[in-house]
Design a protein around this ligand. Structure first.
Ligand code: NAP
Length: 256
């Protein structure tokens, strides 16, 4: 009998996180998924997956940067499985409003709290569980806007809080790679995906830049298609090929 692969995906009640959990369960008969959500009891799509795949998914509370909560979750996983094989740090927020000269400081701090500190707190909590895996992977979902060459830096009105937090996330993930020789760790960029996040940003952008790229008359990749590509990349990833690199959904490497 094949050994179970144990996954944890954060921010999985909707959007890409939900797509990733769905794809893992569809693709791997022997996977068990801890599906993180801020409000598990209200995560109906995850409850539906639980009904479809009894005994293969546990819907768990996971709030970004909540040290006690993340530690308690790790303890729960330790009791049931004793290890984690693949952790996908997907939860994030994205508000593209505000220029550097006028951005709201609480908004900026919230992005760093959720997108950067949240991922580091998660890594600290799951560190011991990953160490017990024979094939450990820690993969934060980043964004190409975190690349210093990104067009977004030049064109988007605002985007500072999100872009700068993803750039910091990339840095932290590369640091995790260098600090832990036993681990496969790399930031993974999904590219534009048809989720609440992208739709919200298109609606909020008054410059017309995002509407032109991802608006009504464009075809934006679906959650299903992107999730399938991301899971392929994650499952095949190795320290030599992917570790410490910034990988795009099409498998290419993005410059920092
Ligand atoms: N969609 C795109 O085009 C795109 C492009 C590049 C990168 N990405 C990245 O892909 C990932 C998924 O994005 P998405 O498009 O699926 O976004 P989304 O539809 O807005 O979903 C975000 C998820 O993160 C969760 N979340 C937000 N704040 C949280 C917190 N403080 N604690 C725990 N969970 C929290 C949300 O939970 P609630 O439901 O409770 O709010 C939700 O499950 C993100 O890392 C994003 O930056 C997306």
């Amino acid at each position: 009998m094949s050994e179970t692969t144990v996954y944890l995906v954060t921010g999985s009640n909707r959007g890409l996180g939900l797509g990733l959990v769905t794809r893992i369960l569809e693709k791997h008969d022997h996977a068990f998924v801890y599906a993180g959500a801020r409000n598990p009891e209200k995560a109906q799509p995850l409850q539906n997956l639980q009904a479809k795949y009894p005994n293969r998914i546990s819907v768990v509370k996971c709030v970004s940067a909540d040290v006690e909560g993340n530690t308690a979750l790790a303890r729960e996983i330790e009791k049931r499985h004793g290890r984690l094989d693949t952790v996908i740090a997907n939860a994030a927020i994205c508000d593209t409003t505000g220029d550097v000269s006028n951005i709201s400081v609480p908004l900026l701090e919230e992005h760093f709290h959720v997108n950067v500190t949240g991922t580091i707190v998660l890594f600290q909590a799951v560190y011991g569980l990953l160490k017990k895996s024979i094939s450990p992977r820690f993969v934060p979902i980043s964004s190409s806007v975190g690349c210093l060459d990104s067009d977004s830096i030049k064109h988007l009105a605002g985007g500072l809080a999100y872009g700068a937090s993803k750039a910091a996330l990339n840095w932290a993930t590369r640091k995790i790679h260098f600090e832990n020789e036993w681990l496969v760790a790399f930031p993974l960029s999904p590219g534009a995906t048809d989720t609440d996040m992208l739709r919200g940003n298109v609606a909020a952008d008054t410059t017309g830049y995002l509407e032109k790229l991802y608006g009504e008359n464009t075809s934006v990749p679906t959650v299903e298609a992107v999730s399938s590509s991301l899971i392929n990349i994650i499952d095949k990833s190795t320290r030599d090929n992917d570790g410490g690199r910034f990988i795009h959904v099409d498998g290419t490497q993005i410059p920092w």
